[in-house]
Design a binder for this molecule. Structure first.
Ligand code: NDP
Length: 284
């Protein structure tokens, strides 16, 4: 069983499990533990780290910057710009402030956090300027549904978008109807957020389900690990679970080599089917 990997349109190959950071860095008493778990995650191969200027209004980026200072080159570092900052001079200012907090001279990937009032064309121009200036290596989007993606790809240089970060887990499969196939046709992977349904907080019945529990037991993993493994079964999905304990990080890293049988997948489809028709994108 090989570790699952995801290939970006520019040929960059990334491990299919990375690390989210929402709500990390907000409580000083947890700082030491959060930094050591983040570093352990990198050591275990979860080198993609996702953060945002929004998280803790900068305190999460500060923590990530401190945590990876001496291992920066091992990390594929992502941050996200607020929609209201995603144009004109603001996008450059936001990016520079993120770089400062992250204590680095470039982001590997910069994402529009969600679509706001700034026209997509202005965001694309801003992203392209940042690439030219060497402040970001590549750019993408988050929370864009199929119609938004089509609009983006109709804009000059909009096709340089390399990923779309959206909510995806076993209990929220709407993207499989049209967004995932559309992105697959354009070779643009999905980055799945909340892959653990926030430890069941979004859909408790997922981890209590007898089929989920039975398949997890057969694979000697927890129901949470099953959710994560399911999320990355598709070659075009990279998941970014957030964990702040060593045990959770170790469990998440172990998932990247798990394979389901077709029978397992069929049983999961029967209890948590994909919708039969288009549903609006699930957004947190
Ligand atoms: P997740 O689905 O990743 O769930 C996080 C929760 O799961 C935490 O409570 C964590 O607990 C727990 N957990 C982690 N690993 C395990 C495990 N092995 N077993 C049991 N519980 C576990 O939710 P998030 O919403 O945080 O999504 C992940 C990341 O996606 C975010 O951190 C953020 O980077 C990104 N995101 C992006 C959004 C966007 O709009 N673009 C929106 C939401 C998230 P503990 O912390 O105690 O380890």
């Amino acid at each position: 069983m090989a570790k699952r990997m995801v290939t970006l349109p520019d040929g960059t190959i990334l491990p299919a499990i990375g690390q989210g950071t929402w709500l990390i860095g907000e409580n000083p008493s947890k700082r030491k533990q959060e930094i050591s778990t983040l570093r352990l995650g990198v050591e275990l191969g979860m080198t993609v780290i996702d953060t945002a200027e929004m998280y803790g209004e900068g305190s999460t980026e500060e923590l990530v910057g401190d945590g990876i200072k001496d291992i920066r080159d091992q990390v594929f570092l992502i941050s996200k710009v607020y929609p209201h900052n995603a144009g004109g001079a603001s996008i450059t200012r936001s990016c520079e402030q993120s770089l400062k907090r992250l204590k680095t001279d470039r982001l590997d990937l910069y994402l529009l956090h969600w679509r706001g009032r700034v026209p997509l064309s202005e965001t694309v121009e801003g992203m392209e300027r940042l690439v030219e200036a060497g402040k970001i290596r590549r750019w993408g989007v988050s929370n864009l549904d199929t119609a938004d993606m089509k609009e983006l790809f109709g804009i000059a240089k909009g096709g340089n978008c390399i990923i779309n970060q959206v909510l995806y887990h076993l209990g929220s499969r709407g993207i499989e109807v049209d967004l995932l196939p559309w992105q697959k046709a354009h070779s643009i992977p999905i980055m799945a957020y909340s892959p653990l349904a926030q430890a069941g907080a979004l859909r408790r019945e997922l981890v209590d389900d007898p089929v989920v529990k039975d398949i997890a037991a057969q694979l000697c993993i927890s129901p949470f690990q099953l959710l994560l493994a399911w999320c990355i079964q598709n070659d075009d999905v990279l998941a970014i679970p957030k964990a702040s304990t060593e045990e959770h990080v170790r469990q998440n890293a172990a998932v990247s080599e798990i394979d389901f049988t077709q029978n397992d997948l069929n049983r999961l489809d029967a209890v948590f089917p994909k919708p039969s028709r288009k549903v609006p994108l699930d957004i947190i």
